[in-house]
Design a protein around this ligand. Structure first.
Ligand code: ADP
Length: 239
């Protein structure tokens, strides 16, 4: 489908490209062989847009998410986060950008067992130097947005899978990132819970104007996102 027509627009009628991958290549050396995983991958995700990345195992989804999330450097090409090129940035600067501008959601929630739901959402903000009271207020707001505020004082073990994942999404949004990267965010949930978590995530993306890239095997969920892409021979192809 024509990207121009499907691109969501902000209230000003102009949508910002918040994540841009420009001619990204990534190879790994395995013994005396070179494994080319990404080969000139191109992608732009705009503010308020949710893009589904659907591809078979081994196609390079995790590699792509790691590069977009500044966890790995590409062999070639440039990653732009809100128009800022990242390839020449120092490790320190990339860490700060990752902390402030990028939220991650994984298949397993990775919440910290000894902290409550509220504290789990507060932690990233405290690490970034946010005042405790402010961090608490924002965390309650995010939990309330994910309709889980009534469980704020419970530890992860006392929450259901869907509740844990909603807390994990609230945590990913804690520092008001501009880009959200998710790897099978509902992969571990039953269909009803998965649907509920997806709706909450989608509402949050639209409301906050974040750019979301979501790797999933769930074609039903993928179809409900704004765009679907796949990886073919290391290149991104629109579905
Ligand atoms: P997906 O997430 O789509 O399953 P990955 O991005 O994990 O795919 O992996 C793509 C290919 O790259 C696989 O063949 C995998 O074995 C290889 N690969 C991933 N990471 C490394 C690494 N650090 N070293 C060597 N090969 C890797």
């Amino acid at each position: 489908m024509d990207e121009e027509r499907t691109r969501p627009e902000s209230s000003q009628g102009v949508s910002e490209p918040l994540l841009r991958l420009d001619a990204i290549s990534k190879s790994y050396v395995q013994g005396d062989k070179q494994l080319v995983v990404l080969d000139g991958a191109e992608l732009t995700v705009y503010a308020g847009e949710m893009v589904a990345l659907v591809a078979p195992s081994g196609a390079g989804k995790s590699t792509l998410l790691h590069i977009a999330g500044l966890l790995e450097r590409p062999t070639e090409g440039e990653v732009y986060i809100a128009d800022m090129p990242q390839s020449e940035a120092s490790d320190r600067s990339r860490t700060l950008t990752r902390r402030n501008e990028i939220g991650f959601v994984y298949q397993f929630h990775h919440l910290m067992a000894e902290f409550t739901a509220l504290e789990n959402v507060m932690l990233p903000q405290l690490i970034c130097g946010e005042d405790r009271q402010e961090a608490g207020a924002r965390s309650r707001e995010l939990l309330s947005y994910m309709k889980i505020e009534h469980r704020a004082d419970h530890r992860p073990a006392e929450l259901s899978g869907g509740e844990q994942q909603r807390v994990a999404i609230a945590r990913a949004m804690a520092n008001a990132p501009r880009v959200l990267l998710a790897d099978e965010p509902t992969g571990n949930l039953d269909p009803t819970t998965s649907d509920y978590v997806f709706k909450a995530l989608n509402a949050l993306v639209k409301q906050s104007g974040i750019a979301a890239l979501v790797a999933t095997h769930n074609l039903f969920l993928a179809e409900r996102m704004d765009r679907q892409i796949t990886l073919v021979d290391g290149k991104i192809v629109e579905l």
